[in-house]
Write a protein that binds this ligand. Structure first.
Ligand code: MN
Length: 712
């Protein structure tokens, strides 16, 4: 079993000035937190975090990563460990790493279908604020895969599949090729055991067979490079199992049909030497034209740099050469992890952060970008920092722009779901429509048939799909309301002139007038009237020009009056301009009251207080949302009832109080009751709700006044 000192020795090798104490502390803390846990192998659980830390030390990661490797399971496994506790003992940096790791471990991967796997990977990337979290997570997975034997068969398969679908590609994106290869090979071992054994056996045999070929080739290259005084390190090996397997499956060929199974690697000092060596190889053997790739000129998205060429080598056998500098090789093997190897301090400076951002962008781009055209195309893909990944109740992952709301999610499911979205349950809790979804949340959309899109939604939705669907709905709704209003106005105007609007409509005369205004159909004309762009009187004048001649003067005056003075009096109606309104007598709404509009047959739009007893919400399609336009208000009559003592001078005192608030009294009446009290009724002209409050307050200030109520 590895001890703390073994890890410390490793770290001391590449970073002698490191804070070893923190590693010792993390070791002790983890050992205590896991003291009662046992692995499936029967060993103490502590073996696992130690091995993870050891892998990280071998990768020459920084001390914070190694300490976090030791602590990575404490938060989840030990009820006594808390974020506060960790932060107190190890500081914010390590705590944030452990917290990030715990978050990832809580994501449940339900679906392993390929298109979902990509979204899971993106979700993990989006959740990771510090790329070191991902490196530690990969080290964790490496060790879990190494010890998978102890799991039950189904668990083995599930974990191996998840590793293949999610973690191996992530390792690739971070450019850590040794992890990618080990994870792939180990996954195959459990997913296709028979196939794995077969390939393993053949590779071993092939390796023996190829020994002579490899040695011969290396010697030949070495001689030529020395001749050109290039210092180099050359190695030859067989490709890793999974890449052979994939080639067999992809091309549907047998192991024996794979020719370029041997790969040579030449490491040199400088970039210029790489191209020199390439020239030498191509002079020795004929290259296969389609197999040359210059990843030095155009690096892969994961920072990988190398020249690749396949030649028809000695004995006519295919051989692949990878040519790169030592530094490029370090990055090829370690990827982003190589970054910490070169670091001396622990704190990330701005430059590093920029590099992280850059990396975040790069790893988002499609992996294995092989040609320059594709590479440039991939630059245009949205950066994932601008995306949020959430689960549907069935475990599918949805990708949405960050800041997206339940409405965006609903529209991404189906436009009907969006149109009726009334809220959502996030991780089981109800949230509002404005709620901004966060990574990894499980979102269950709540719908209701009574719910409809609203113009307000446009203020907070993020997706263009939601935006355009809401606009569509609002426009359609506005059209519907305008037509309805237009019809009401027409019916009223026609009946005033003792005409039948329905007859005019049926006879096609309205249609003809519509065409005269270059409108497509009668409904468009009604909508124009509803919006106040045309008047019902204009329609009548067009249909019955003889009426107009006979009482020309009067009609003209009326028409002018309507146009000059839109009767809406301080009310603005949602999505509709210029309609006529009146105020309900039953509840006398005041500016500032919560009001609603009701379409009355033959009377246009009537404004009621929302809590008026005449408002019947069951008849909801005839109601319309309206609001006060407070800079256009005029006085409204409000009935006020005052109960007071029946004493002399009361009426005068109350009238004075009302007038003191600059309110006019339209009428007043008084009646006495048997118990020495009086009831007074005032009709007062009030500007708005605020004004009413002041008047009521003034009345209450009068001596002898018991109760002041607004009547409805
Ligand atoms: Mn673990």
């Amino acid at each position: 079993m590895i001890r703390a000192n073994d890890i410390i020795d490793k770290v001391a090798d590449y970073y002698p000035a490191a804070d070893f104490d923190i590693i010792r502390k993390a070791y002790a803390y983890s050992a205590y937190a896991h003291r009662n846990q046992v692995r499936l192998s029967g060993e103490p659980y502590m073996i696992h975090p130690i091995e993870v830390a050891n892998i990280l030390a071998e990768m020459k990661m920084d001390v914070a990563s190694i300490a976090s490797g030791l602590l990575h399971d404490t938060l989840e496994d030990d009820p006594m460990t808390s974020l506060e506790d960790l932060s107190l003992r190890f500081g914010d940096e390590i705590t944030a790493l452990v917290e990030g790791l715990t978050k990832i471990s809580k994501i449940k991967f339900k679906s392993s279908r390929e298109h979902q796997a990509e979204n899971y990977r993106k979700m993990i990337l989006a959740m990771v604020k510090d790329i070191r979290v991902l490196v530690i997570k990969l080290a964790d997975r490496v060790h879990n895969m190494r010890t998978l034997d102890f799991q039950k068969r189904e668990r083995q398969e599930a974990i191996a599949q998840e590793t293949l679908d999610i973690y191996a590609p992530l390792a690739n994106r971070l450019g850590i090729s040794w992890i990618k290869q080990e994870l792939e090979d180990n996954s195959l071992r459990y997913l296709q055991p028979a196939m794995y054994r077969e390939i393993e056996e053949k590779v071993t045999r092939k390796e023996l067979e190829s020994r002579e070929f490899i040695d011969k080739t290396i010697k030949l290259v070495q001689r030529n490079l020395t001749h050109s005084s290039i210092k180099s390190q050359i190695s030859g090996r067989l490709k890793h199992l999974y890449s052979i397997y994939r080639k067999m499956v992809r091309r549907d060929i047998a192991f024996e049909q794979i020719y370029d199974i041997v790969a040579f690697r030449i490491l040199v000092g400088t970039k210029a030497e790489c191209y020199n060596v390439l020239g030498i190889i191509h002079a020795l053997w004929r290259p296969l034209p389609s197999r040359f790739k210059d990843f030095i000129g155009i690096p892969k998205a994961n920072m990988y740099q190398s020249l690749h060429t396949t030649v028809i080598g000695p004995d006519g056998r295919h051989a692949e050469f990878q040519i790169r500098t030592f530094e490029m090789h370090q990055i090829a093997e370690m990827g982003i992890a190589a970054h910490w190897h070169y670091k001396e301090g622990y704190q990330l400076d701005d430059h590093d952060r920029k590099q992280m951002d850059w990396l975040r962008q790069m790893i988002e781009w499609q992996q294995d970008v092989d040609n320059p055209g594709e590479f440039l195309d991939s630059v245009k893909i949205d950066l994932f920092s601008e995306a949020v990944y959430v689960f549907t109740p069935t475990g599918e992952v949805k990708e949405l722009p960050s800041g997206s709301t339940p409405i965006d999610m609903a529209y991404s499911i189906h436009s009907k779901v969006g149109d009726h979205c009334s809220g959502a349950k996030v991780n089981g809790k109800l949230v509002s429509l404005r709620y901004q979804l966060k990574n990894g949340e499980m979102v269950d959309i709540v719908t209701s048939n009574r719910q409809h899109p609203s113009k307000d939604w446009l203020g907070f939705v993020k997706t263009s799909k939601a935006r355009s669907k809401i606009r569509q709905w609002v426009k359609k709704e506005e059209e519907r309301r305008s037509i309805e209003l237009g019809r009401e106005f027409c019916e009223k105007a026609f009946s005033r002139s003792k005409l039948s609007f329905n007859q005019a409509l049926k006879s096609g005369k309205v249609q003809a007038v519509a065409e005269g205004f270059s409108l497509k159909h009668a409904e468009a004309l009604l909508a124009a009237i509803g919006r106040g762009k045309l008047t019902a009187q204009q329609l009548i004048n067009r249909i019955f020009p003889e009426l107009r001649k006979s009482k020309k003067g009067k009609d003209k005056a009326e028409e002018k009056k309507t146009i000059r003075k839109p009767a809406r009096d301080g009310i603005s109606i949602k999505d509709i301009d210029d309609v006529m309104v009146r105020f309900a007598k039953c509840c006398n709404p005041l500016p500032g009251d919560d009001v609603i509009g009701f379409i009355t047959r033959g009377r246009g739009l009537t404004i009621h207080r929302r809590n008026c007893r005449h408002v019947d919400q069951a008849n909801s399609e005839r109601y319309m949302e309206v609001s006060w336009n407070l800079d256009r208000t005029t006085a409204h009559v409000v009935k006020i009832r005052v109960m007071c003592a029946d004493v002399k001078g009361m009426l005068v005192a109350m009238s004075t109080a009302i007038s003191s608030q600059e309110a006019n009294i339209a009428s007043a009446s008084l009646k006495t009751t048997i118990d020495q009290k009086a009831l007074c009724f005032f009709d007062v002209q009030i500007k708005d709700l605020e004004h009413l409050k002041r008047v009521k307050m003034a009345l209450r200030g009068v001596k002898g006044v018991y109760q002041v109520t607004r009547m409805s």
